[in-house]
Structures are given as C-alpha cells and as structure tokens.
Design a protein around this ligand. Structure first.
Ligand SMILES: Cc1cc2nc3c(=O)[nH]c(=O)nc-3n(C[C@H](O)[C@H](O)[C@H](O)COP(=O)(O)O)c2cc1C
Length: 232
C-alpha cells in the first residue's frame, strides 16, 4: 500500500536499506515503482536505459556470488580508512559497513534485484572530450534509479543503489543475456526492510554544498564555507 508521505519527507529519509526481508513484492507495487522510474528525465528524452527485474533464485544467487568477489577487498580497504576518522564518524562508517557486509552475504535473498542497463550509443554526453572522467552520460540513467528508490520509500519498500557488480559486467552480460552495446549501470536490491529501514540521513549542510555567484562564496549571510557532515 502506498504510504501518504510528502516529497520532502521522502527525500529526507530515503537511505540505503540493505537488510531486506525475502517476502515477495506484489506485482502491482512493482509496476508502480517501475513506472516511477520511467518518469525520470534523460538527455533528449531518449530514455537510454532498461531495467531487468531479476527474481529467479538461481540468477540472484549467481549475482550474489559475483558481488562477493570484489566486496571483501573493498570492505577491507574501507575499514583501514575508518581507522583515521574521529570516533563518531568511525562508528557511523562501521555501522554502514556492517549493513553492507550483510547485503554482500544476503543479496540473493532480496525478492527483486533491479539491474539497470544503458545504451552508451544513445547517451547525450557533452563532456566526453574533457581530460577527466566523463560524468554527463550517467545523468540519463541514475535519475531513474533515484525515482525508483523514492517510489519504493512511498511503498514501504527499501533498497540501495549498488555498483559493485558493474566490474563483473562481462559475466553478467552472459548471465542475463544483455546484448551489445548495452552495459550495466546499477544493481538495486529491493524488498521490505528488516526493522525500520528508512530514517534520518547524515549529510553535509547546505552551507557546505552551495555557493553564491562564484565558487566558495557563502550563499547566506553568516555562512562560512563548511565541510562538516552533520546528521539530520
Ligand atoms: C554511485 C553509488 C554506488 C554505490 N555502490 C554501492 C555498492 O556497491 N554497495 C553498497 O552496499 N552500497 C552502495 N552504494 C550506497 C552508498 O554507500 C550509500 O548510498 C551511501 O553510503 C549513503 O547511505 P545512506 O543513504 O544510508 O546515508 C552506492 C551508492 C551510490 C550513489
């Protein structure tokens, strides 16, 4: 059932939900959250993405196995970095990493893994010639993922955008019959949360993120450019 939740409340509380119950998602609910994804904007309105809804147990288990390979060394690197952080940030990071460890072990238990694919030949990419990693193409894909996640929030579902599996794209292409030139952008496990799921976010304040007129200039009187990360 859709929960009456305001847009701002949804944005303020939609967080990475990695502990998911295996209970199936009703077909009508799935249709609604996928429809929300299709409402996202894209360059030239080309909608150069597709999503594969993976529910098959064997396929989900294969995705879990592929996920675990890069996850262990990634988590070890993250834990080493945490050692240098202040206690509160370290504790927050450790909590998130414990949830991410859980996801890596239980990915296949999510009732749905939504695999977002994109067509690199149909992306509107205006920064490909610059001497830095191109980012614009992703903007024709990831708004759809965020729409999906916000719709999940409204439906009482949880999920998380993951990209760990993009590194295993050749194996996933074979596993899911993804044709060339389509490629993978995100893997989103979705399900009903274990416990509360969503809740307050830890994000930097607007004063640290937004400038007035030129880079670094405070937006509001009294704002210094800050870079702290306060919990909402
Ligand atoms: C581009 C991107 C890639 C991500 N990849 C992963 C991933 O592979 N595995 C994972 O557990 N979480 C992944 N996340 C989730 C982030 O870790 C999470 O959104 C972030 O820590 C904020 O969490 P919060 O909303 O609960 O505060 C990814 C998020 C984004 C936006």
């Amino acid at each position: 059932m859709t929960h009456a939740i305001g847009l701002y409340e949804a944005m303020q509380t939609t967080r990475a939900v990695r502990r998911l119950r295996p209970d199936p998602i009703p077909e009508a609910v799935l249709q609604r959250v996928l429809t929300a994804a299709t409402w996202a904007p894209s360059g030239g309105n080309r909608q150069p993405w597709r999503v594969i809804v993976v529910r098959d147990a064997a396929l989900k288990r294969a995705l879990r196995d592929l996920y675990q390979r890069p996850w262990a060394p990634y988590a070890a690197r993250q834990r080493a970095q945490f050692a240098t952080l202040p206690a509160a940030s370290r504790a927050r990071g450790e909590r998130a990493l414990a949830a991410a460890d859980h996801l890596a072990a239980h990915l296949h238990e999510a009732p749905v893994i939504a695999v977002f694919c994109f067509d690199p030949e149909r992306l509107a990419i205006t920064d490909a010639h610059l001497p830095r990693p191109s980012i614009v193409g992703g903007a024709s894909v990831y708004p759809a993922v965020q729409n999906l996640l916000l719709a999940c929030r409204a439906e009482g579902l949880g999920g998380v955008l993951t990209t760990m599996l993009c590194a295993a794209e050749p194996a996933i292409r074979t596993l899911l019959d993804i044709p060339e030139p389509w490629a993978t952008a995100a893997f989103v496990p979705i399900g009903y949360p274990v416990g509360g799921g969503h809740g307050p976010l830890a994000r930097k304040p607007v004063a640290a993120m937004a400038f007035a007129e030129r880079w670094g200039a405070p937006l509001a009187a009294g704002d210094g450019a800050r870079d702290d990360c306060g919990a909402a």
